[in-house]
Design a protein around this ligand. Structure first.
Ligand code: PPY
Length: 348
């Protein structure tokens, strides 16, 4: 872990071992140059505490770049809570409350909200001890609720912008879009896509969601093992990160990749494989900023829900167009183009 921290370009790592729940809490703050750090709290099991720290550091950097591209006044941070395989409800509640107290102690150095493994109901618990630094509590508790639908609006705007870049026309009528993961983002995204006339395919590991979407919408199901062999216009990864590896990028059969998952590339050079194969890759943090943008806008700027939806769609569309044009002009990958835009903001 010492080596990891030495090698990281971020500002601060906060570590707390929670003995009662046998859990590790890592808060990574990559940069506060544009504002105080804000980012979700991810809760899951990891193979090791080190792997959890590494995830927090990578995700915090992603948040810094995510805010920088559309010029949001926030810094990049993320919390990862590495929990044991079994954590009963009571132990989990205690952990959330102690975590809230830690966030409060930080006194505004780090603001948080939901991420993979946590939800708005969890934020209500964390806010008991952590307010006023907790975003996206439930509407019942005075918060703005799940950010997933707003992330989906941004991804949807990104899909249209990518199609426009490729075909000069952003309409989705009859376009085949393969959505990976029907969770908080993929679920609402499917509905937006269906309403726009797209032909939606999906892949999902949760059997009950597979059944639900097959019967509710009659969608075409792609088994997880066939995802990278299935022809489609747009592939939209909305589940775990790291799915674009040298292997999957070399065979994927789509024209564009635009999705809501964080850290989709297993390493930045995977973007070059896709570029060589003329697969348009929309950098993840450029198109998945909608959740953060909407929540922060509604809870700190007084935006209405409608205003948040408009801001997200416009911001993602403009940012992705800018990145795609820069990549085309400079002959660099879209990932490099997005990094340049973000790094320039962070340096200015
Ligand atoms: C993300 O976009 O990955 C987030 O972490 C979103 C977010 C940002 C700020 C507060 C809560 C969640």
């Amino acid at each position: 872990m010492e080596q990891l921290i030495r090698g990281w370009k971020g500002e601060i790592v906060i570590v707390r071992y929670d003995r009662e729940a046998d859990a590790w809490i890592f808060i990574a703050i990559y940069s506060t140059r544009l504002g105080p750090a804000a980012g979700g709290t991810r809760m899951r099991t990891y193979p090791s505490a080190k792997a959890a720290l590494q995830d927090a550091m990578l995700l915090a950097k992603g948040m810094a770049y995510k805010y920088a591209v559309p010029n949001m006044p926030w810094g990049g941070g993320k919390c990862v809570i590495a929990v044991p395989e079994t954590l009963d409800k009571k132990a989990r509640l205690g952990l959330l409350r102690r975590y809230g107290a830690l966030v409060k102690q930080l006194g505004g150095m780090f603001y948080t909200g939901p991420d993979m493994g946590t939800c708005s109901e969890d934020m209500d618990i964390i806010a008991e001890t952590g307010a006023p630094y907790i975003f996206a509590c439930t509407p019942k508790a005075g918060g703005s609720g799940s950010s997933g639908p707003y992330t989906a609006i941004g991804v949807f705007a990104g899909i249209k912008a990518a199609c426009e870049h490729l075909h000069g026309d952003g309409s989705l009528g009859n376009k085949r879009v393969l959505v990976q993961g029907l969770g908080n983002v993929g679920g609402p995204l499917v509905e937006l896509l269906l309403n726009s006339g797209a032909r939606v395919l999906f892949t999902e590991v949760d059997e009950s969601l597979v059944k639900q979407y097959r019967s509710k919408f009659g969608l075409e199901y792609v088994p997880p093992g066939a995802v990278y062999d299935t022809e489609c216009d747009v592939f939209s990864p909305c589940a775990i990160g790291g799915i674009l590896t040298p292997e999957t990028a070399s065979k994927i059969k789509c024209k564009a990749i635009v999705g809501g998952a964080n850290n989709q590339l297993s390493s930045p050079d995977v973007a070059r494989i896709m570029e060589k194969r003329s697969v348009l890759y929309a950098p993840d943090y450029v198109v998945n900023v909608g959740g953060a943008m909407a929540i922060l806008g509604m809870e700190t700027q007084g935006w209405s829900k409608e205003r948040a939806e408009e801001e997200v769609a416009l911001a993602v569309r403009m940012a992705l167009k800018k990145v795609l044009e820069l990549a085309r002009e400079q002959g660099i990958t879209t990932e490099e183009a997005a990094s340049r835009v973000a790094e320039k903001r962070l340096e200015d």
